[in-house]
Design a protein around this ligand. Structure first.
Ligand code: SAM
Length: 253
């Protein structure tokens, strides 16, 4: 019998959050109007939290980098961009966009303690069965004074409603990509980061409504991509962290 949590992908039926979905969707990563479109918008918003490197040879470690969508937004800031991911097909695309690929699990990254000036963990914690292990690993990789930037989905009814029951019916989120049981409680995340020496600040974010509606309309007409003025929908701050939120904080020395 089919698992109630199972959801269709292009290649058949896989359990929710099964990483093989990323192989099935490999051609979608860099399509601006593909099912990963929102990841592009979020990558731009995440990159805005990353300052230019303050020393030669600075390293940005991108945990769960996927196909390297962060790369164009941090290019020019002076970092060597290393990406860690489970999915080899995504890593191959990340490498083609200038990311040094490392095939591995974000809970056990094969990188040295304190190697990173910046650790980015965008849209990955909510995919990791033991997100606390990924947070510990992110903080281990950070040098004292290094910056952690992340975004993820909160763990509550509203978040499940918006991200899964509504979001996965829109063309910006692949169906079945999330397992809502893995969503990350914001207060628990702040506490976990503090345990590892990072005081995390949070803010809620969401796609700008007019930009998103315009994008959905253009996509329905088969002409999505950027808006006529050349901009993709922007991710903007919002008062509530109840659904999608960003976090950033510096590791204590
Ligand atoms: C939603 S995508 C986000 C990709 C990228 N951070 C972005 O924002 O474009 C999640 C990524 O996390 C990876 N991933 C999930 N669990 C992982 C784990 N335990 N270790 C390493 N990568 C993981 C998946 O392969 C996928 O590429």
């Amino acid at each position: 019998m089919r698992d109630a949590a199972a959801a269709p992908t292009r290649s058949g039926v896989l359990p929710r959050n099964d990483p093989r979905q990323y192989d099935d969707l490999v051609d979608e990563w860099w399509r601006p109007d593909g099912v990963f479109a929102m990841l592009h918008w979020l990558a731009e918003a995440r990159a805005a939290l990353v300052p230019p490197a303050d020393r030669p040879g600075a390293l940005l470690v991108d945990l769960g980098c996927g196909a390297g969508l962060l790369a164009p937004h941090v290019a020019g800031k002076g970092y060597r961009h290393v990406g860690v991911d489970l999915t080899r097909s995504a890593l191959a695309q990340a490498a083609a966009h200038g990311v040094t690929p490392v095939n591995g699990d974000v809970t056990a990254a094969p990188l040295a303690d304190g190697c990173a000036d910046v650790v980015a963990a965008g849209e990955v914690l909510e995919h990791v069965p033991e997100w606390r292990g990924a947070v510990a690993e992110a903080c281990r990789l950070l040098r004292p004074g290094g910056l952690l930037v992340l975004d993820t989905l909160n763990d509550n009814f509203l978040s499940r409603l918006v991200a899964v029951h509504i979001g996965e019916r829109l063309p910006t989120v692949p169906r079945g990509i999330h397992d809502p049981r893995l969503f990350v409680d914001a207060r628990a995340l702040v506490a976990e980061c503090a345990r590892h020496g990072v005081t995390l600040q949070l803010r809620g974010v969401r796609p700008e409504v007019r930009g998103l509606l315009g994008w959905l309309l253009r996509r329905a007409r088969g002409a999505a991509g950027a808006a006529p003025d050349g901009r993709a929908p922007r991710i903007v701050p919002t008062r509530s962290t109840a659904v999608l939120y960003q976090g950033w904080g510096v590791r204590k020395g």
